[in-house]
Design a binder for this molecule. Structure first.
Ligand code: HEM
Length: 591
């Protein structure tokens, strides 16, 4: 636990969970207090001047860098008296006494500073996951790190990630307590499916959505999705043809069209509603979803240093109003209409199914769960907020897919041979001047599928941090309740240890053996275990039809905009790069 106490003229400097004990420092009291005050003042002043919080964070981290040099000289002097951290390698310890010590020790890790912990170590890299990979070279596959005053553990290897997510999944079902998450979800992050702590309510919410998120090949949901995708992808092509004709070789804003298409797939499939490309209100909501998706994928110093909140006040107000505007739109255009027309015995779509829960309907399938008895004892009635936020969460899933597709397009602009391979595969399956691609073609188009997997691999979506909900252990090291656990998916996805020398090259063929998709077990872009992604099948289905339709109709190439694809992040900025679309002579007539 972090320990920071100010006692008249002395400061007790606490160390991160990886350290035992504390060092009493009286000579540095004034220095540390001054640095803290200076930091707060400068960050606050900068925040007032700057509207960009990325900028605020980098100034903050530069200040910390300067402060680090001052403090490091003090820590170096104190090191002689500081306790020694346990060995970095869990396997390097032997003997009964050492094993016992390990059994009661947290993982090793860097010494944190007062107030900011080891946040400064992350600021040196483009993404925190690079810092985690680097630190693992010193401390091993599992290490402790204190961020602000939050004790964290970083797990880098597939073996240990499995221990956290599967073997000890129930111990690690919590999510970080960031104020930002509360603000986004109506004041309580438990309203959100992805950001709540694990509970029976969460199990119910997951169970209700299962058929809609994982449509099986012979199900009514699959047929509906297939129909919706055919119709929406055709409309997307019409829209893109108009845009391309109007802008010529300067390139077009593909992202807005792609996001609108994906949003319509979701509202059409889950709510039986669709909106025109010229519908300004819908366009605004699609943009708000995208801005929230971008924000959720960023890390902010305030997440770990909540006392910085005044600096972020405007930003937080913005987040709150984005969420409110989206929910008002959903209630006005979707829920109100559904409530007035629904038949409880004949749910038309996912929205009806959710509203039925609100009205007290019980999902019979829940009773079939192995642990039905325990479940029933703990089942909770969904209230209005649960229904509204669950619908918002799932509709918001379209942003992840739209962003993933933009990343795929970005990659294709610099890998035209991959685009040519996909187009050849499309021709083989649908014929010359043949029919439009449909969802049912997916099993016959492994190269297109592999391109999506390769995009997922290189975007290396970081698995949302988990939090220990009880005292537990990983690799034999102690992990206390409340510890945040980062699973280094970035390391899993790009390390040459897993993917060979060319691990950073965009090469879909790495997922193909004799023309068939083969996914290594350590490839887990959607995570695994109790809290694994609920939308992964929708991602596969929607991204397949959208990407194949786009490339069936157009060649894609870079415009004069630079294409920067952020590391370890599915999201590309809301105002993304423009691309040039060149209509293909062999394009089919849409259905
Ligand atoms: C590019 C697309 C996507 C990627 C890479 C992705 C990845 C992930 C990951 C890594 C997690 C965290 C799992 C964990 O903490 O162990 C997650 C959670 C989740 N995802 Fe996705 N996801 C994507 C799209 C979607 C879509 C389209 C939906 C909904 C339709 C969705 C719904 C969810 C939900 C509800 C959770 C929270 C599950 C829980 O905490 O119980 N995701 N996703």
């Amino acid at each position: 636990m972090e320990l920071l106490t100010v006692e008249s003229s002395s400061v007790i400097v606490g160390f991160s969970v990886g350290q035992i004990g504390a060092v009493f420092v009286s000579a540095t009291t004034v220095l540390l207090a001054t640095l803290a005050a200076l930091t707060l003042t400068l960050v606050w002043l900068n925040g007032r001047k700057s509207s960009s919080h990325g900028q605020t964070d980098s100034v903050f981290l530069r200040i910390k860098d300067k402060a680090e040099r001052l403090i490091r000289s003090h820590v170096a002097k104190s090191a002689k008296t500081a306790p020694v951290a346990p060995s970095s390698s869990p396997t390097s310890q032997s003997g009964t006494a050492e094993q016992q010590l390990k059994a009661w020790s947290p993982p090793p890790g860097p010494v944190g500073w007062p107030i900011i912990g080891s946040l400064h170590l992350l600021g040196k890299y483009e993404v925190p996951f690079e810092a985690f990979s680097q630190l693992s070279k010193t401390y091993g596959d599992i290490f402790s790190i204190t961020l602000g005053s939050t004790p964290c553990v970083v797990v880098n290897s597939f073996k240990l990630i499995k221990e956290v997510l599967i073997t000890k999944g129930p111990h690690f079902g919590g999510r970080p307590n960031f104020i930002r998450y509360d603000i986004l979800f109506g004041g309580d992050r438990d309203n959100s499916l992805a950001l709540c702590d694990w509970s029976y309510l969460q199990r119910d919410r997951r169970s209700i959505a299962r058929h809609w998120c994982h449509p099986r090949a012979d199900s009514m949901q699959f047929d509906t999705l297939s129909r919706v995708l055919t119709s929406e992808s055709g409309l997307m092509v019409n829209e893109l043809s108009l845009k391309t004709a109007a802008t010529g070789s300067r390139g077009i804003d593909l992202k807005t069209t792609m996001m609108t298409m994906c949003a319509n797939v979701f509202t059409h499939y889950m709510c039986s509603s669709r909106f025109g490309y010229d519908d300004k209100e819908f366009g605004k909501v699609v943009r708000l979803f995208d801005q929230i998706f971008w924000d959720i994928n960023q890390g902010y110093a305030v997440d770990f240093l909540p006392w910085l909140m005044p600096v972020y006040r405007r930003h937080m107000q913005q987040l709150k109003s984005w969420g409110t505007d989206i929910r008002q739109f959903i209630v006005k255009t979707i829920i109100d209409e559904h409530r007035s027309t629904m038949d409880v015995n004949n749910p038309r779509d996912f929205t009806d199914v959710l509203l039925n829960q609100l009205d007290g309907e019980k999902n019979n399938e829940q009773a079939a769960n192995e642990d039905a008895q325990q479940h029933n004892n703990n089942a909770q009635q969904l209230d209005w907020n649960h229904v509204l936020y669950e619908l918002e969460d799932f509709l918001g899933g379209h942003s992840a897919i739209g962003n993933l597709l933009m990343r795929a397009v970005g990659e294709l602009c610099s890998s035209p041979h991959v685009m040519a391979n996909i187009q050849e595969e499309i021709r083989r399956v649908t014929g010359d001047n043949g029919r439009p691609v449909v969802l049912e073609d997916r099993p016959n188009m492994p190269y297109t599928e592999a391109t999506i997997l390769e995009t997922l691999r290189l975007s290396s979506s970081p698995i949302v941090p988990h939090v220990a909900m009880q005292d537990t252990s990983v690799a034999g090291y102690d992990v206390q309740e409340g510890t945040m656990v980062f699973l280094n998916n970035y390391e899993l996805n790009i390390s040459p240890d897993y993917w060979g020398d060319q691990s950073l090259t965009f090469d879909p063929a790495r997922f193909l053996i004799q023309g068939k998709i083969v996914k290594p077990e350590y490839f887990i872009p959607f995570s695994t275990g109790k809290r694994a992604c609920m939308g992964y099948r929708l991602v596969q289905h929607v991204s397949f039809v959208t990407l194949a339709t786009l490339l069936q109709n157009f060649d894609v190439s870079a415009s004069e905009d630079a294409i920067h694809l952020p590391k370890a992040c599915v999201a590309v900025p809301p105002d993304a790069f423009r691309v040039v679309l060149t209509p293909r002579p062999s394009a089919p007539t849409p259905y």
